[in-house]
Design a protein around this ligand. Structure first.
Ligand SMILES: [Zn+2]
Length: 156
């Protein structure tokens, strides 16, 4: 019987196609995701300089959004080293936040971390909620009558 994440890992491995430009390497990490509509999208990393590059997850998500989808059920990224060993790469912090911002439901996206290992995005992205204010120095006194914008414009 196949291991739990083997199919998705194999799909991500298929798009790995390393390409060297100067001292930069493109396409050496591949990512595949599955959407709630059961469609698959893949992408590779492009490691250009001066912060212009992006991760394989970014590419796969861009392909998904191009097709009009936003909710990710499951995603994986893989990299093969020079000796041929395949690795599952956990998403970097930027990709974790990127996945969350694409659709709030993606907090439940299953992030594949190995052949038998995965975790929901929310566990890999703690403290993602917008914080409560520490205090309310400009809050109107609760006892005062509320001033609705409509009442203030003199139309009632
Ligand atoms: Zn990343």
């Amino acid at each position: 019987m196949a291991d739990r994440h083997d199919d998705l890992i194999a799909a991500a491995e298929q798009v790995i196609r390393p390409h060297r430009v100067g001292d930069r390497l493109f396409g050496d990490v591949g990512a595949t995701l599955v959407t709630v509509a059961s469609n698959q999208y893949a992408g590779v990393c492009i490691d250009t300089g001066s912060g212009t590059g992006f991760c394989a997850e970014h590419s796969a998500i861009a392909a998904m959004v191009t097709a009009g989808e936003y909710q990710i059920t499951k995603i994986v990224a893989v990299w093969r080293n020079q000796t041929g060993d395949l690795h599952v790469l956990p998403p970097c912090g930027r990709c974790r936040e990127f996945i969350r911002q694409i659709d709030p439901a993606n907090l439940d996206t299953e992030i594949v971390l190995g052949r038998h290992r995965s975790a929901p995005l929310r566990e890999l992205l703690p403290e993602h909620q917008w914080p409560e204010a520490l205090d309310h120095p400009h809050r109107i006194d609760d006892a005062a009558p509320s001033v609705e914008p409509r009442a203030a414009d003199g139309l009632d």
